[in-house]
Design a protein around this ligand. Structure first.
Ligand SMILES: [Zn+2]
Length: 308
C-alpha cells in the first residue's frame, strides 16, 4: 500500500513578503528533500483539494471566516496580525492546506492508505477559532481532526505537535473535547507568550533554549508516549514543525534529523497498536532552507510503513 503525499501548487502562491520567514521556498525545499531521498517511489503525490466552509466551521467562527474572505487582497498585502500576512494567493493556499488534512482523513478512513504527509503552507497550529496568529490562517490539523470526529465517528484522536512553538491554536479549539488528547513539546518561554492550561487532554512538554536530543527524547519517552499509547487513539495526527532543528534560524533547540525519525517511529507504533496504522502528518514550521528537506525526509522514512 502506497503512502500519500498531499500538496498543491496553490500553496506556493501564498507570498507574505520578501523578508518573511514563512516563504514559498520552504515548500520547494521540502518537496526537493523528499525527491532527493528517493521517497517518491513509495509516496504517491496527489493534489490537495480545497476545504469547504462546512469543514472550516467545525473549528472556526463564521465571522472570522467571513473576515478572512473579505480582507483577502486582490493586489498587495493585508496584515491579519503582527506576523500573519495575506497576499492575493493566500486564500487558495490556506484552503488547500486545510483541505489536505480533511482529504487525508478520508483516505485513511477509506482504507486507501495508512500514512499521509501534507506538504502544504501556510501552517496552522497557532490559528484560533476567531483569529489568525503566528503565520497561520486556518487551523489545518484541527480542521482534519474535527472531520475525523464529525464525519467518521472516530471517538479517540491523538495529536502530537513537535514544532518548536506551542500549538496554542489546536489546544484551544479542543479544550472541552474529551475525545482528543494532545501532546505538545515546545521551547519555553518563547512564542507564543503567556500561560497555558494544565488540564486533562493536554500534555505540555517545556524545552529550554539550548536543549537537544536528550531532553527532547526524555520528555516524550517519560510523559507523552505512554499517555498516548494508553489513550488508544483510533487515528494519530502530527503537527510536524521542523523549527526545533539545530540549524533553524528562528529558535534555540538543537535537534537533529534523526530525532524526527525517532519520534515518528514511536508515534507510528502507537497508530499501529490501536489505530490500524492510520497516521496523518501535516507541515507546520521549519525555516532553515538548508535543513528542512532532509528533516522532512527523515520524518517520512518513519511515517510510512512502505519505507520502514
Ligand atoms: Zn514553529
Amino acid at each position: 500500500m502506497d503512502c500519500v503525499l498531499l500538496t498543491h501548487a496553490d500553496c506556493l502562491g501564498h507570498q507574505p513578503g520578501e523578508r518573511h520567514p514563512e516563504a514559498p521556498a520552504r515548500l520547494t525545499a521540502v518537496l526537493d528533500g523528499i525527491a532527493a531521498a528517493g521517497l517518491l517511489r513509495t509516496w504517491q503525490r496527489i493534489d490537495a483539494p480545497r476545504v469547504t466552509r462546512e469543514q472550516l466551521e467545525r473549528v472556526h467562527h463564521p465571522a472570522y471566516l467571513d473576515e478572512v474572505e473579505n480582507v483577502a487582497p486582490a493586489s498587495g498585502l493585508h496584515r491579519l496580525d503582527a506576523d500573519t500576512v495575506m497576499s492575493p494567493g493566500s486564500l487558495a493556499a490556506a484552503s488547500r492546506a486545510a483541505g489536505a488534512v480533511v482529504h487525508a482523513v478520508d483516505l485513511v478512513m477509506g482504507g486507501r492508505t495508512r500514512s499521509v504527509f501534507c506538504a502544504t503552507r501556510p501552517p496552522g497550529h497557532h490559528a484560533r477559532a476567531g483569529d489568525a496568529m503566528g503565520f497561520c490562517i486556518y487551523g489545518n490539523v484541527a480542521v482534519g481532526m474535527a472531520h475525523a470526529l464529525a464525519a467518521h465517528g472516530i471517538e479517540r484522536v491523538a495529536v502530537a505537535d513537535f514544532d518548536v512553538h506551542r500549538g496554542n491554536g489546536t489546544e484551544s479549539m479542543f479544550r472541552r473535547e474529551p475525545r482528543v488528547l494532545m501532546a505538545d513539546s515546545f521551547q519555553h518561554p518563547y512564542y507564543p507568550q503567556g500561560n497555558f492550561p494544565e488540564r486533562a487532554g493536554y500534555l505540555p512538554m517545556r524545552l529550554a533554549a539550548g536543549d537537544g536530543s536528550d531532553a527532547f527524547r526524555r520528555h516524550w519517552t517519560q510523559n507523552a508516549l505512554p499517555a498516548l499509547r494508553a489513550f488508544k487513539p483510533q487515528i494519530v495526527f502530527i503537527s510536524a514543525g521542523f523549527d526545533a532543528h539545530r540549524d533553524d534560524p528562528l529558535a534555540n533547540i538543537q535537534l537533529e534529523a534523526a530525532d524526527y525519525r525517532w519520534l515518528t517511529h514511536a508515534l507510528r507504533d502507537i497508530a499501529e497498536a490501536s489505530g490500524k496504522g492510520r497516521i496523518i502528518s501535516t507541515l507546520e514550521g521549519g525555516y532553515g532552507l538548508g535543513n528542512i528537506g532532509a528533516a522532512v525526509a527523515a520524518h517520512l522514512m518513519a511515517l510510512g510503513d512502505c519505507s520502514r
